[in-house]
Write a protein that binds this ligand. Structure first.
Ligand code: SAH
Length: 225
């Protein structure tokens, strides 16, 4: 898989992809993450990518031309499954959308800033708009990192134990069961006996029960999804 992220603040995206699982996924050749600085596509001498809003009002608007040039260049190099704009009024990101996107080959993620992008970008250049929650961020970069992280960890081979993504919360409409590690007792707080029993079938049954209990208690809405 390949993810191309278009941003006017590339430095904001450096660290999320240069550590741990996302770094290893790239080193293993399972995903390529390319970050594109929109300023390089600016057509003016100050290399700006935003301008005042027509009609006035506070806040700058990201111009269509640099965005169009960048997307066009990428599209001339390969075919893309989706051009996704991060936007608070987009489709709410979810595990099921992440599962779907993890099956794609090439994705573009466009990060907005300031007041957002010129509406014509949304009308003509973007195939999908994604929100990571009902709140407003100052830019799309953190949202792009969240979406990419969630997608990349689902690519086979990225997690060391390939089955572990399947046992995470939200897969199968369930919340994950609780987990424990050593010591078996800390300040008198004990790990459930069954987990120390070595009895695999019983452990599995306990985990299923706990997952169900938690889902009913914390997220009764999930079972209905
Ligand atoms: N004026 C816009 C908000 C712009 S916020 C409005 O009221 O809808 C600036 C940028 O941050 C957006 O263009 C978008 O790319 C990003 N952003 C903000 N909140 C987001 C969210 N919840 N999910 C995804 N991207 C978000």
């Amino acid at each position: 898989m390949r993810i191309d992220i278009i941003t006017c603040l590339p430095r904001l995206l450096e660290s999320p992809f240069s550590d741990s699982i996302l770094k290893r996924a790239q080193l293993k050749g399972l995903v390529t993450v390319a970050i594109h600085d929109l300023r390089e596509y600016s057509q003016n001498k100050h290399r700006t990518t935003d301008d005042y809003a027509f009609g006035g009002g506070a806040g700058m608007v990201m111009m269509i031309e640099p965005i169009d040039l960048c997307i066009s260049k990428l599209k001339s190099e390969r075919n893309y499954d989706e051009v996704m704009y991060m936007s608070p009024d987009g489709e709410l990101f979810s595990q099921s959308l992440s599962n779907q996107l993890s099956l794609k080959q090439n994705l573009i993620i466009l990060c907005g800033h300031y007041k957002g992008v010129d509406e014509r970008v949304r009308e003509h250049l973007v195939t999908r708009e994604i929100s990571i929650g009902n709140y407003v961020l100052s830019g799309g970069e953190l949202a792009a990192a969240v979406v990419s992280d969630s997608i990349i960890r689902l690519i086979p081979g990225v997690l060391s134990d390939e089955t572990s993504a399947l046992t995470d919360s939200f897969q199968d409409g369930m919340i994950a069961p609780p987990v424990y590690t050593r010591p078996a007792e800390y300040k008198g707080w004990k790990v459930p006996e069954v987990l120390l029993s070595g009895h695999e079938a019983k452990i599995e049954q306990w985990r299923e029960e706990k997952a169900l209990e938690r889902t009913k208690e914390r997220r009764p809405d999930l079972a209905k999804e």
